[in-house]
Structures are given as structure tokens and as C-alpha cells.
Write a protein that binds this ligand. Structure first.
Ligand code: NAD
Length: 424
């Protein structure tokens, strides 16, 4: 299970890494081989061929997947991504990660993920809608508010979720908003969903600050990736008194030792598609260098595998709060642990998104809506208590927070499987 990453280095596949992390937790928990066998395999994989009539009248057939890794703690939950490099292995690994993420924040879901092998930038809006509707139709046999609830992921958004919800509802003959989260507010989406991941991430940083005595006022921060997660996190942290000294997007990096104007950069990125069009006080730097700027807090919020064996030695951050999924390779993790870097792991740090998705589902099945402040307060309560569970477990077992988060998550899922027993 070896592949080559962008920098030409050999790396393990995402699934190989996910299994390694699972077995590490299983060793420490003393799980027997039978339980490991159950946890290592997805419960269901649905592979579908999705024929779509293109605008020129031809038919193209796209490969799609929906994987439910575990249903032990409740219905399956996880996003759907559209990307030309989607593979079934990657979808399995991402579904497994959703199982642990939902368990670590203790929401009553198992993990799922879906994907279609497609470059959506090459589709017209009509083609995108027909693809979404036919893919939904193909996987609808395993979807449902009590079965499996998709959400947006890479290259899918609220509009795609609206088409998915409509297609599923047309099959059943009545409106079923709770089959999906991340919908537009007008058809049952939740207030506070857009910035939920960043808000959740900031709550975990605030808790860490309380534990360590570190000061947020004047703390130097770098943020990699300035999309949904990165831009909101930068603005929230600046509002709390942090000095955001470096940010990046796919086109490059900006730095200013006196602090960047995060709101203005967010506005420019929204209007032009990149932070690099920002004309205020900032120096341009290569995007990779943003990770290595001397800071107190680093927020990787772009892609996976950005912090690797090749650059981990040069990362000076005291704290890394993982907004992205899987930004740190196992090798980098070891290097950073040796240096004493505190890492708030992805399955905890970025779980605010799925937590508010859960609130959206809860509001949907009860046919009521919460205010934005209610959503934020409930999110804070859950993130704070999950952070404290992980922090205390890490202290008690003398392990890093990533290991502690996996111990809690894997233990909760294993316990659910044990209590339910094996059917028949
Ligand atoms: P997004 O598409 O809104 O933003 C991604 C940002 O990363 C963009 O600014 C893009 O230009 C930048 N980027 C891409 N490649 C880069 C590179 N090599 N160097 C620097 N910047 C680069 O995505 P998002 O929703 O903000 O998600 C970001 C990460 O957070 C992803 O890993 C995603 O899986 C994870 N995540 C997102 C959510 C959520 O609610 N949006 C929840 C959990 C996890």
C-alpha cells in the first residue's frame, strides 16, 4: 500500500495509515483479534456506476462509492466528495475516520463517506445536477434519516445537498430534509453550520490555553489554507487577541510580523478566489513557508499530508490545531512529539462541523429550529467536554492527545459492538 506523493517521497496510503492508528489504539486497549477484525473492515461498501447525459447528448459513466464503516453507535454519517482522484480505499479510510470522529465527540452516529470520481470543474451546472441526482438514486437504497445521512465534503456544497435531499424525497413521495445535512437554511439547514468547524477548533484551543497557562493575547498564529475552515479560524483567533502573522492558500502565502488583517483578506479571497489579490500590508512568501514561520499556534486547514518527514523538523509551532483531515503524517507526528509540540488531533479539533450537522439532523427530525446562539452554546459544551475527556486521558495514560482521542473513540465503538453482540 505504497504511493508517491507530490514531493516525490514514498508514502503509505491513507487506508494503511488509518489501520496502523487503529491497531496502535487496539494494542493499548488490549482488544482481541475478533474485535480488531470487525473494526478494521467497513460494514458496507456500495460501488455504483453513474450514467449521466452530458450537454452534448453523449452519455458518460462515472464511478461512485458510498462506504458505511460502522453502524454500531447509530446511523452512518459522513460527507460526499467529487474529485478525479477519489478511490475506494480513500473513501474507506475517510469513513473509518468519521466513525472515530463521531465517537470522540460522543454523537450517536457511525462513520460513512461517499465519493464520485469526477472533476466537477469540467461539468456544467446541469451536468452536475444530473450526476448528483443519479448518484443519489443509486445509493438511496442505503440512505435515510435513520440509516445514513450524507453531508458536503470536497467540491460538494449546500446546493448539491439540496439536490440530494430532493431526489431522495421524490423517491419516497414526501419531503425528508433529515436525510442530509449541510442543506441551505431555507430547506432545513442549521444556523451556525458554515463556521462550525472553525468555531469548534477555537473552543479546543481555548481549553488547551486554560490547561497550559499559555496566553492567547498576542500569540503568534499561522494558518495554512484560507477556505471555510482556515479563514473563519483566522478571524475568530484574531478576535480573541491573537496576532495572525502568516496565511496561505493554494496560490501562495502572505506574512506580516505585526499581524495581518484577516477579515480584509477573507473578503478579498471571497471576491477574487485567492488571498494573493490582497493589497494591504503583507509580504508574499511561498505557500510552503507558512508552515515554518515561527509561531505559537499553527492551524493546518488545507489538505492531508502537509506536515511530513521533510518539513516537520523545521516547524517551530508550540501548538498545532489540526483543522484539516490528516494534515500530519505518522513520521511527522513522531518528530513533532519528540520536539514536545502539542497537537490537537483532527478527529477532535475539526469535529465541530459534524457536531453541528448532528444538531441540524436533530432539529430536522423534531421539526424545529434553534437560534444561532443556541447552536454555538451547545457546540461549545460538546467541544469543551470532548477536549477535556481527551486531555485527561492523555495525562492519565501519559500519551499524546492523538493517541488519547483514538483510545476513547475505539473504546466507545468496541463497547457498542460488544453490548449489541453479533447477529445472529
Ligand atoms: P476549502 O476548499 O473551503 O478551503 C481549502 C483551502 O486550502 C483553500 O484556501 C485552498 O486554496 C487551500 N489550499 C489547497 N491546497 C493548498 C496548499 N497546498 N497549500 C496551502 N493552501 C492550500 O476547504 P475547507 O472546507 O476549509 O476544508 C479544509 C480542510 O478541513 C480539509 O482537509 C477538510 O477535509 C477539512 N475539514 C473541513 C470541514 C468543514 O466543515 N468544512 C470539517 C472537517 C474537516
Amino acid at each position: 500500500m505504497l504511493g508517491i506523493n507530490g514531493s516525490g517521497q514514498e508514502k503509505k496510503s491513507m487506508l494503511a495509515v488509518s489501520l496502523e492508528v487503529l491497531h496502535k489504539a487496539a494494542d493499548r486497549l488490549g482488544l482481541d483479534q475478533s474485535m480488531r477484525n470487525i473494526l478494521s473492515k467497513p460494514q458496507r461498501i456500495l460501488s455504483v456506476a453513474v450514467p449521466v447525459r452530458m450537454d452534448d447528448g453523449s452519455i458518460q459513466v462515472f464511478d461512485g462509492y458510498r462506504v458505511q464503516h460502522s453502524l454500531a453507535r447509530g446511523p452512518a454519517k459522513g460527507g460526499i466528495r467529487y474529485h478525479p482522484e477519489v478511490t475506494m480505499d480513500e473513501v474507506i479510510a475517510l469513513a473509518m475516520s468519521m466513525t472515530w470522529k463521531c465517537a470522540v465527540v460522543n454523537i450517536p452516529y457511525g462513520g460513512a463517506k461517499g465519493g464520485v470520481v469526477v472533476d466537477p470543474t469540467k461539468l456544467s451546472i446541469g451536468e452536475l445536477e444530473r450526476l448528483t441526482r443519479r448518484f443519489t438514486s443509486e445509493i438511496s437504497i442505503i440512505l435515510g434519516p435513520e440509516k445514513d445521512i450524507p453531508a458536503p465534503d470536497m467540491n460538494t456544497n449546500a446546493q448539491v445537498m439540496a439536490w440530494l435531499m430532493d431526489t431522495y424525497s421524490m423517491h419516497k413521495g414526501y419531503s425528508i430534509p433529515s436525510v442530509v445535512t449541510g442543506k441551505p437554511i431555507e430547506i432545513g439547514g442549521s444556523l451556525g453550520r458554515l463556521d462550525a468547524t472553525s468555531r469548534g477548533l477555537v473552543y479546543t484551543i481555548l481549553e488547551l490555553v486554560k490547561k497550559t497557562g499559555m496566553k492567547l493575547e498576542g500569540a503568534r498564529v499561522a494558518v495554512q489554507g484560507y477556505g471555510n475552515v482556515g479563514s473563519h479560524a483566522a478571524v475568530f483567533l484574531q478576535e480573541l487577541g491573537c496576532r495572525i502573522v502568516a496565511v496561505s492558500d493554494v496560490y501562495g502565502g502572505l506574512c506580516n510580523d505585526n499581524g495581518l488583517d484577516c477579515k480584509a483578506i477573507k473578503q478579498v479571497a471571497a471576491e477574487t478566489g485567492t488571498i494573493m489579490e490582497y493589497k494591504g500590508a503583507a509580504e508574499e512568501i511561498p505557500r510552503e513557508e507558512v508552515l515554518e514561520v515561527p509561531v505559537d499556534i499553527l492551524v493546518p486547514a488545507a489538505l492531508g499530508n502537509q506536515i511530513h518527514g521533510g518539513n516537520a523538523h523545521r516547524i517551530e509551532a508550540k501548538v498545532i490545531a489540526e483543522g484539516a483531515n490528516g494534515p500530519t503524517t505518522t513520521e511527522a507526528d513522531r518528530i513533532l512529539q519528540d520536539k514536545g509540540t502539542i497537537i490537537i488531533p483532527d478527529i477532535l479539533a475539526n469535529a465541530g462541523g459534524v457536531t453541528v450537522s448532528y444538531f441540524e439532523w436533530v432539529q430536522g427530525i423534531q421539526s424545529l429550529s434553534w437560534s444561532e446562539s443556541q447552536v454555538a452554546a451547545e457546540l461549545e459544551r460538546r467541544m469543551v467536554s470532548s477536549f477535556n475527556d481527551v486531555y485527561e486521558r492523555a495525562q492519565r495514560e501519559d500519551v499524546d492527545m492523538r493517541t488519547a482521542a483514538y483510545l476513547i473513540a475505539v473504546e466507545r465503538v468496541a463497547q457498542a459492538i460488544k453490548l449489541r453482540g453479533i447477529y445472529p
